[in-house]
Write a protein of this length. Structure first.
Length: 128
């Protein structure tokens, strides 16, 4: 009887190839971070601003998950590194909706964050 794993190996190798291809695409793209964004600005405003320097794959303003209001920063992804570098250097300090932007290359998120719900729920530990 043939092993069920033996039939799955080619499929896994195809999946690994897709993952490699997507990683190489990501390494060619560059994300720009835009800080000090006006609360009135939208993702479309940010995309239009970065489009002046080249093609923009996506742009978004980060919003608070509870209130839905802008958190004052966003990201723009550009597939061409040279255009992204020009956008970062050319747009840093420029005005968007009344506020000067801080634009630089986005850094990857580090682990952590989130936090749990552990602990004593507000009880003073020294009392116990």
């Amino acid at each position: 009887m043939p092993s069920p794993i033996a039939g799955a190996l080619p499929r896994c190798s195809r999946m690994n190839q897709r993952i490699k291809n997507s990683r190489s695409f990501v390494s060619r793209c560059r994300n720009g971070y835009a800080g000090n964004v006006s609360r009135a600005a939208t993702g479309r405003d940010l995309k239009d601003a970065f489009t002046a320097f080249g093609e923009v794959s996506s742009a978004s303003i980060i919003k608070d998950k509870f209130s839905g209001e802008s958190r004052g920063f966003g990201f723009a992804e550009m597939p061409n590194k040279e255009e992204a570098d020009k956008a970062i250097s050319g747009f840093n300090g420029k005005d968007l909706k009344g506020r000067p932007l801080t634009v630089n290359e986005a850094r990857p998120r580090t682990g952590g964050g989130g936090g749990g719900r552990g602990g004593f729920g507000g009880i003073d530990r020294d009392v116990l």
